[in-house]
Every structure is written in C-alpha cells, then in structure tokens.
Design a protein around this ligand. Structure first.
Ligand SMILES: Cc1ncc(COP(=O)(O)O)c(C=O)c1O
Length: 451
C-alpha cells in the first residue's frame, strides 16, 4: 500500500467537491456543517489524522524500537487523546491542563512525556503521582525540585515508582523557520547547554534514589522543511550518549529528537513527506550510534503539526465587505485572531476556498480576508483571489494545529465548536462556548453590588 502523507497537501485528505459545488470533508457537506453547527467552526478530518499517524509509523518501521509522541500542544481534547491511543501513539504534554485532559480521557500515564520550561511544583507533583509519566527536565532548579518532590512521594506512597526523566538539550542547531518557533539554537530559553551536562551527571548520581535518567531530548523548532538539522541533532546527541557512558558511567537508552515537521499551508511550502522525514532520522540514528560503538537507543519523535495541521479546516461566514479608494478590498469574516492567532503572531500564511461555491474561478482582484477583532493586524489572508462575497461560507485550510490550542476569548467572543468528520458523519468533539461560559469565572466584589 502506498504511504500517504497529508502534510504535503493544502487540503485535508478527504476534501472533495460535490454536485452542488460544495466543499466536502470526511464525506460531509461543509455548507451543511456550517448550517447545523454554526460558524466559525473547526472541522477535523479523522482520515487525515490517521493517514499522518500511519505515515510516521511507516517511516519508522525499519527501526527496532520506536515511539511516536503526538505533541498535544498542537491540538488536544479528550477525543484526540482517544484517537491517538487507539492508533498506538504516545503523547507529549506541556502543562498540568494537558496532563489532566489526557488522564481524564483514560490515556495511560506510562505513555506520556511531560515537557515545559517552567513546570510548577504542582505540575511536577501531579505528573509523578500519575505514576509512569516521564518528565523531560529543562533546567537545574527544576531537576532539584523533581528530585525532592519524587523523594517525598516515594516515602509516603509505596505504589509510586521512581520518576523516569530525560534531559532536554539545546543542540545549537538553527531550524529553517520563523524565529518565534525556533527552539534548538544557542541562547534558546529551552533546555540545557551541552557544557552543563557534567554538572547534571553529578546531580543525577546523588538523586538516583528518586529519579531514573533514561535519555536525552532535543527539539529544534516548528514548521521546518529541511532534514539536515534533524540529522545534525542526532549526531550531537549521539556524542552526548558517548559522554554519559564514558565520562559518567551512565548508559542512556532513549533518544528523543522532538517534532517540528512542517505542512503545506500554500503552494510555496514544500515540506518533507512524513514517512521520509521519520525514515531519514531513523537511518541516521542507526549509522550515528553504530559508528560510535553504541547500542541503538529507543527512538522517539514528537510530531504535532504534521499529525493534525492538514486535518483541520475553519469554516467562517463572510460578513461586511469594504472597497477602499486605494483599491484595497476587505471582506470580514465572523472569526479571526481569537480562533487563529498564527497570522498576527508570526505572519503565518493560509489558503482558502469558498465552501458553497468551491468551483468558482479565481478573481483577478485581490481580496484581503480580515477577522472581526479590534486589531488592525487581525488579517487571516492578506491577499487571496477567491471571489468571496458577503454571505459565503469561507473555508480556511490547514488550521488543525495551533488554532484551537492557541485560541482566546479576545473581545469576549466565544471559542468555536470543533467537529470530527468521518465517512459522512460529524461528531462534536469540542462544544462551542456559550455567553454564560464567558462570565462563569467573573466575580463582583460586594462593594460594587450596593446601589
Ligand atoms: C518539545 C516539543 N516537541 C514537539 C513539538 C511539536 O512541534 P510540531 O507541532 O511542529 O511538530 C514542540 C513544538 O514546538 C515542542 O516544543
């Protein structure tokens, strides 16, 4: 069977156009979805997610021991936890909230890695208490804190096991992506510099009763298109494995090279196929480790965007239009930076179509698709040639990653619903927020209640 890699396409794997000229996803008419569930609406295509998981599994299939940790920061809810568990993936979380979501969905603790550059004592406590979560340690004081919390929990509860940990290393490798989503360069806020490893080995020896160091992790950034930085970090981390063994007598067994594989948001984006990405990394680990006389470690990867990005499409209803004397044509939709902060945060580019007239030929006049929020930078697509008009349903592709997970209630708007579509059926996996939700955390001091 041919391996399909959804991240190479702008549209979800099942996207099609029906006889009415409507965009369909997962066998569902998106115009009907907009009518039934309202807009803005996130539509997640289950088939695209499953194809991406399979592509990654296929790429790693020739390597003896692998684990794919889906990076929950890209998109996480209970249904997503169930879906990745069903397909054999592990999960990477970065906060107490993501950990709670996973555990509440019945996701096995031993299949979770916990990341984060400033984990609180409560987050560390909850992760250790869950029994089996591996903590990826970011800095010295965090390591000391993990050791002391683990010691206390081990002393009070015989069922708790020593916490497995990884060290996050800053490899000094620059990813080919926007600087806000580079993480592996020197001076990054994430992880330990390699020269700090000496002092870490000492702490680990002293804390051996409380923590179990199993391996090393590095992550270079997100929306990357080149393989070379990954190959470089494999070599750098392999050298660290040698140091741990020869200098400190510690044999490590797990290598985690992070995530970051890009997706095609527009015709200019040329990401690597997911299976090619995974296979190239696996191949390099084999050669790099055997060249150094090391046993092959368990290989972990942490893709987020490339698993869910292409699966997601946001449906908006087009509202007011404006043509300026300068020639600019604005069309405003009923969402924007609160449901998709990526364009205003790092000038992310998107591709759209008109869901109710999906075959409409492109216009020669550019249109600027803007959101409804009170910021001039709230622009979804600066220049599109879709001939959208007031009342159309506009579909923006590639919104499965870092949209829902980064969404806000800016301007006191409600976060949209999300439906998971498959074979003509749409299930709500995240309910649209209500206006009541918007005020449920509000408290009014008594002095303001008096007339
Ligand atoms: C440690 C770590 N792992 C994995 C990821 C997932 O990256 P992506 O969604 O680009 O695959 C990130 C995101 O930046 C990350 O920080």
């Amino acid at each position: 069977m041919k391996t399909l890699s959804p991240n190479l396409q702008i549209r979800p794997a099942t996207a099609s156009i029906n006889s009415a000229g409507h965009l369909t996803i997962g066998g569902c008419d998106t115009v009907a979805l907009a009518k039934e569930f309202g807009t803005p609406l996130w539509v997640m295509d289950e088939e695209s997610i499953v194809q991406a998981m399979r592509a990654c599994l296929a790429g790693l299939s020739s390597y003896p021991q692998t684990r794919i940790f889906y990076a929950g920061k890209a998109f996480l809810c209970q249904a997503m936890c169930k879906l990745i568990d069903k397909h054999g993936l592990h999960l990477d979380v970065v906060s107490g909230g993501e950990l709670f979501t996973a555990l509440s969905a019945g996701f096995p603790a031993h299949k979770i890695f916990m990341h984060g550059n400033n984990k609180s004592a409560d987050e560390i406590h909850d992760a250790i208490k869950a029994n089996g979560v591996t903590i990826v340690v970011d800095n010295h004081s965090e390591l000391e804190l993990i050791i002391s919390i683990s010691r206390a929990l081990l002393a009070e509860d015989a069922s708790i096991t020593k916490v497995p940990i990884l060290f996050r290393v800053t490899p000094g490798v620059e990813a080919d992506t926007h600087q806000h989503i580079q993480t592996g360069h020197h001076d990054s806020k994430f992880g330990f510099a390699i020269k700090e490893l000496d002092s870490l080995a000492e702490i680990i020896k002293k804390g051996a009763d409380a923590v179990n160091l199993i391996g090393l992790h590095a992550h270079i950034g997100s929306q990357t298109h080149k393989i070379e930085p990954y190959l470089e970090i494999v070599d750098i981390l392999a050298d660290c494995f040698v140091d741990f063994k020869e200098k400190y007598g510690i044999t490590l067994s797990l290598l985690d090279v992070g995530g970051g594989l890009g997706i095609a948001y527009n015709d200019q984006d040329k990401p690597l196929a997911m299976d090619v990405w995974a296979q190239s990394i696996a191949q390099r680990v084999k050669t790099s480790f055997s060249n150094r006389g090391l046993d092959l470690p368990t290989l972990a990867v942490e893709p987020g965007r490339s698993i869910v990005g292409t699966a997601g499409t946001t449906l908006y209803t087009a509202g007011h239009a404006k043509s300026l004397p300068s020639g600019l044509n604005y069309l405003a939709v009923d969402g924007g930076m609160a449901d998709n902060p990526r364009p205003i945060t790092y000038q992310a580019l998107y591709t759209a179509c008109i869901a109710n007239r999906a075959n409409a030929p492109l216009s020669t006049n550019p249109l600027t698709l803007v959101g409804k929020y009170c910021e001039s930078g709230d622009i979804i697509i600066k220049e599109t040639y879709i001939p959208a008009q007031t009342g159309d349903i506009v579909a923006v592709f590639g919104t499965g990653a870092y949209n829902y997970s980064m969404a806000s209630n800016y301007n006191r708007t409600r976060r949209p619903a999300c439906v998971l579509v498959k074979e003509g059926k749409a299930d709500v996996i995240i309910e649209r927020e209500s206006v009541e939700n918007l005020i449920q955390q509000d408290r009014v001091p008594a002095r303001l209640l008096t007339d």
